[in-house]
Design a protein around this ligand. Structure first.
Ligand SMILES: Cc1cc2nc3c(=O)[nH]c(=O)nc-3n(C[C@H](O)[C@H](O)[C@H](O)COP(=O)(O)O)c2cc1C
Length: 177
């Protein structure tokens, strides 16, 4: 999200945090509450990122008429994967993902779970067959990351490059000549 804020090619970022993600943010990043969540995540007041409630199924991104270059769900829980794979459209995240698929726009699902059960595997296949990219949260060890934040940063760079936003300074594999 910080990279998107800093990227001159990007005009607008629509951010949606599910209700359950607030608990995950509290546990994993020690970020509590939804007040000023964007400021806390970005480390500064947002310039181009707008936040929508996951219950707001009337937000602009709920409609295919709203122009959009793609959508990233990061991290994508198995619950959200299931909702997207089955086309439930029962939350703004699931609806916006449904819109991305029907409008043939990039949809990147950064699934995070291990091990996978057969339901997870089926839902990933369903989503991939509908046009989504399954982009598991798996770090690249060949870049020799020295910290978990370096791993996370390189992963974010890979995801952004995948939707056409290669990031300056991102690791690129160069085999020895
Ligand atoms: C700290 C924490 C971490 C979690 N991590 C994952 C995860 O990596 N993958 C997953 O599928 N569910 C994970 N869960 C469970 C989901 O949050 C839970 O299934 C939730 O209902 C999914 O809702 P969501 O899709 O809005 O996140 C986690 C829960 C907690 C509390």
């Amino acid at each position: 999200m910080r990279a998107l804020e800093a990227d001159e090619r990007v005009n607008r970022v629509h951010f949606v945090a599910s209700e359950n993600s607030l608990r995950v943010l509290a546990e994993e990043l020690s970020l509590s509450g939804r007040a000023n969540l964007l400021e806390k995540l970005l480390g500064a007041a947002p310039k181009k990122t707008v936040q929508h409630a996951d219950a707001d199924i009337g937000a602009p991104i709920a409609s295919g008429s709203h122009p959009s270059d793609g959508m990233i769900v990061l991290p994508c829980s198995m619950g959200t994967l299931a909702a997207i794979a089955l086309g439930l459209a029962n939350s703004l995240i699931a609806r916006a993902a449904d819109v991305a698929l029907k409008e043939r726009r990039p949809l990147v699902l950064c699934v995070r779970e291990t091990p996978f059960n057969r339901i997870h595997l089926r839902n990933m296949t369903l989503a991939a067959e509908a046009g989504a990219t399954i982009f598991p949260c798996i770090p690249a060890y060949y870049a020799n990351p020295q910290s978990s934040s370096e791993m996370a940063k390189e992963f974010a760079c890979r995801v952004l490059a995948h939707i056409g936003l290669p990031q300056p300074g991102a690791y690129v594999w160069k085999p020895e000549a």
